[in-house]
Design a binder for this molecule. Structure first.
Ligand code: FES
Length: 169
């Protein structure tokens, strides 16, 4: 699939926390006996600030929690919910694990690839949609499912997915 594109990655050289984020980071740090334990909530705060985690954001997180940048990078890249490159306005995450796969998520994913002209990890040229395969979203009883941003859409078929895309355009 080659019609899509990966959004240009313009990683900022430096970043600074907003005042709101600074307060949230301080609050997150105060909840744990050691700073390093707050790495996941602080990564979340960073991702909410910038929409993804460029190296400058990982640096800030590393400084905040007192871990080496390489370790923070390792943690961030372990979890699929952290975006290591910019994502579109609507982040479509299709579950490809067993229950969803048995219930047609492979077919659904191919349908989305064709419909949007992009493949895994790519973003439409207009920046509206990013498509990704992800592991179990913990909604196996409602397979196949897809997470869009923070919303879950369950028991999907191609027709419902098309209708959903229309509401997101
Ligand atoms: S297998 Fe898809 S939500 Fe669990």
């Amino acid at each position: 699939m080659t019609h899509g594109t990966v959004m240009p990655v313009e990683a900022p050289a430096t970043l600074a926390w907003s005042e709101k984020a600074k307060a949230e980071v301080a609050d997150a740090l105060s909840r744990y006996p050691v700073k390093r334990s707050a790495v996941l909530p602080v990564l979340w705060i960073a991702q909410r600030e910038w929409g993804w985690l460029p190296p400058a954001a990982l640096k800030l997180v590393a400084e905040a929690v007192g871990l080496p940048e390489a370790e923070v990078f390792g943690i961030a890249t372990f979890y699929t919910m952290f975006n290591m490159k910019p994502v579109g306005r609507h982040h479509l995450q299709v579950c490809m694990t067993l229950s969803c796969s048995l219930m047609g998520s492979d077919r659904l994913f191919k349908h989305l690839e064709k419909k949007l002209g992009i493949s895994h990890g790519e973003t439409t040229p207009d920046g509206r949609f990013t498509l990704r395969r992800v592991e179990c979203l913990a909604a196996c009883g409602a397979a196949p499912c897809m997470q869009v941003g923070f919303d879950f859409h369950e028991n999907l078929d191609e027709k419902q997915t098309d209708a959903l895309l229309e509401t997101l355009r």
